[in-house]
Design a binder for this molecule. Structure first.
Ligand code: GLA
Length: 364
């Protein structure tokens, strides 16, 4: 026990109540350990930038952040045309700027957490006409990207457009979203074009999960080539990377895909990394984080970061999906269950996985 913790325990203050105290075993931080390699950060919430312990943790550890939900259309533009609510997102962005943390924007176009009024109209099936939906897309992207111009350096322009391996409504791998059904596959290029018009300096990303899937990767490569052929800027691919301690077996396919994307002149961001303790991402298999599981998870994190470091010419950021285990979406999706997929535990303490990630930086 340090002198400070001894002193505090005499006066009855538990050290764990001071979530922001650096752990004794590691003096450095993630941002410090990775500063020669790539940006490192997490998805954060408006509440976390108000609470002193989490403010300090974010500022100490990270140099990049993304809003977990606050920049999605349902958060920014739920009520209707022109009715924006920037309060929560601005709070995150202002905090990040004050701590020199770069912000990713997530996400302009997605089929979930959308501003659903955009999809209502008097065209076929109750959707808007092509002209009306194009205009809504243009207005939304212009207004949002302009609002954050100079404060958000990279945008996930389109999220999860492809679903070639899934049993969901799709056409040749194209997810049947309202965007696709009304505008056709061109909706992606329209979205990139509108984002570039609003902020020519922003880096523009296509973001998806299971990017290690060869079929999804083929669709991503085709998209990149198509946009490049039309001179529509696309600067990077976001790999969500929601993994488990068992799936995928290794990261070799992802690595190969990152390299191929890099060879086309784009960068790669790992955008939503977490490594579930449930081997099957869809099941509830465990009810606690045993030391053995935490070690297994640490080895997976180390392998993942070793891969990202090998590809550091092509990987420019790694972002974890959540600040600590307590707030991870995997505790409520796809069912309520136990999980602990991140680098910090419920008390914001560094886990074995954290130390493995620091070790990977030191060794590579
Ligand atoms: C997807 C989205 C994220 C988030 C996660 C789960 O990966 O891109 O914004 O909603 O699902 O929370």
């Amino acid at each position: 026990m340090s002198k400070l913790s001894a002193l505090l325990s005499i006066v009855g203050i538990a050290i764990s109540g001071l979530g922001a105290m650096p752990d004794a075993e590691a003096a450095s931080s993630l941002a410090e350990a990775y500063k020669q390699h790539f940006l490192i950060g997490a998805a954060i919430t408006p509440g976390q930038v108000l609470v002193p312990a989490t403010r300090k943790l974010i500022a100490r550890e990270f140099n990049i952040a993304v809003a977990e939900n606050a920049m999605k259309p349902e958060s920014l533009n739920r009520e209707g045309p022109g009715q924006y609510n920037f309060e929560n997102a601005d709070r995150i962005v202002d905090f990040a700027r004050s701590r020199h943390i770069k912000m990713r924007g997530h996400t302009l176009v997605w089929h979930q957490q959308a501003a659903t009024w955009m999809f209502a109209g008097d065209g076929p099936e109750g959707y808007p006409s092509k002209e009306v939906l194009t205009e809504r897309l243009r207005t939304y992207i212009h207004d949002i990207v302009t609002h954050f111009k100079g404060r958000v350096f990279a945008w996930d322009v389109v999220n999860e457009a492809f679903a070639p391996d899934e049993n969901v409504p799709q056409e040749n791998g194209w997810r049947q979203t309202v965007w696709y059904r009304v505008l056709g596959p061109e909706y992606i290029e329209l979205a990139f074009k509108f984002a570039h018009e609003a902020d020519p300096d922003a880096l523009l990303f296509y973001n998806d999960y299971n990017t290690e899937s060869p079929r999804k990767h083929a669709m991503i490569l085709a998209l990149i080539k198509q946009l490049q052929a039309k001179n529509i800027p696309i600067h990077g691919i976001g790999h969500q990377s929601h993994y488990t301690i068992a799936q995928p077996r290794d990261f070799s396919l992802l690595e190969q895909h990152i390299e191929e994307i890099g060879n086309l002149g784009l960068t790669n961001h790992i955008t939503e990394l977490d490594i579930s303790l449930n081997r099957n991402l869809m099941r509830a298999e465990i009810d606690e984080a045993s030391p053995a599981l935490l070690q297994e998870q640490a080895r997976r994190y180390e392998n993942f970061f070793a891969m990202a470091l090998r590809q550091k010419n092509y990987v420019s950021a790694v972002v974890m999906w959540g600040l600590n285990d307590e707030v991870s979406w995997l505790r409520s999706w796809p069912i309520a269950r136990f999980d602990a997929p991140l680098l910090f535990n419920e008390a914001n303490k560094r886990k074995p996985a954290y130390r493995a990630v620091i070790k990977a930086a030191a060794q590579n």
